[in-house]
Write a protein of this length. Structure first.
Length: 151
C-alpha cells in the first residue's frame, strides 16, 4: 500500500486493496469494502432474516452532537460484529468516537487512533487515547498498512 500527498490540497490519498464507497440504505456489507456515511445520516448495521448484514442510514438518534456520529457507528458495529471490529479514529475536533470505542473494546474489538504528529486536530484521537481505549496510535502515512495488518 502506498500513500501519496496531493499537490492540490492537503488531503492524503491512500492507495489500498480496499474499495471505498458512500453507503446506501439496505446495501449488503461485504469484505474488502469500506462504507462512508453520507452527510447528515448515521450509519448503522443490521442483520436481516438470512443473517446477512446490511447498511441502515438514519437521522436518529437526534440527541448526538454530530450526524453522522462515530459513536453511533461504533456501537452498532460492536453489537453486530463483536470482537471482529476494528475501529479507526482519525483527526477531528471533540470526543466523538470515545464512547463508541468503549463499546468496541467491551466486546473484544480493536481500536486504532491516528498519532498526534500527523493529526490536523488531535481532539477525537486524544479523547480515545486518554480514555485508555486505543490499541495503537499510528501516523497517517502508516495507517493503511496498520489496518491491512489487522484485517
Amino acid at each position: 500500500m502506498s500513500t501519496v500527498r496531493s499537490h492540490i490540497t492537503s488531503v492524503w490519498i491512500v492507495a489500498s486493496a480496499l474499495t471505498v464507497v458512500e453507503a446506501q440504505e439496505g446495501e449488503l456489507v461485504r469484505p474488502g469494502v469500506v462504507f462512508v456515511a453520507p452527510a447528515g445520516r448515521h450509519l448503522t448495521f443490521n442483520r436481516d432474516a438470512t443473517g446477512a448484514v446490511r447498511i441502515r442510514l438514519d437521522i436518529s438518534p437526534l440527541d448526538t452532537a454530530h450526524r453522522p456520529s462515530v459513536d453511533v457507528l461504533f456501537q452498532s458495529a460492536a453489537e453486530v460484529y463483536g470482537d471482529r471490529v476494528l475501529g479507526v479514529v482519525m483527526t477531528g475536533m471533540g470526543d466523538d468516537g470515545r464512547q463508541g470505542a468503549a463499546w468496541i473494546k467491551a466486546r473484544g474489538g480493536t481500536v486504532l487512533t491516528e498519532a498526534e504528529e500527523s493529526c490536523v486536530v488531535y481532539g477525537m484521537p486524544r479523547a480515545v487515547v486518554e480514555a485508555g481505549l486505543s490499541d495503537a496510535s499510528v501516523p497517517l502515512e502508516r495507517l493503511a498498512d496498520a489496518i491491512g495488518e489487522r484485517v
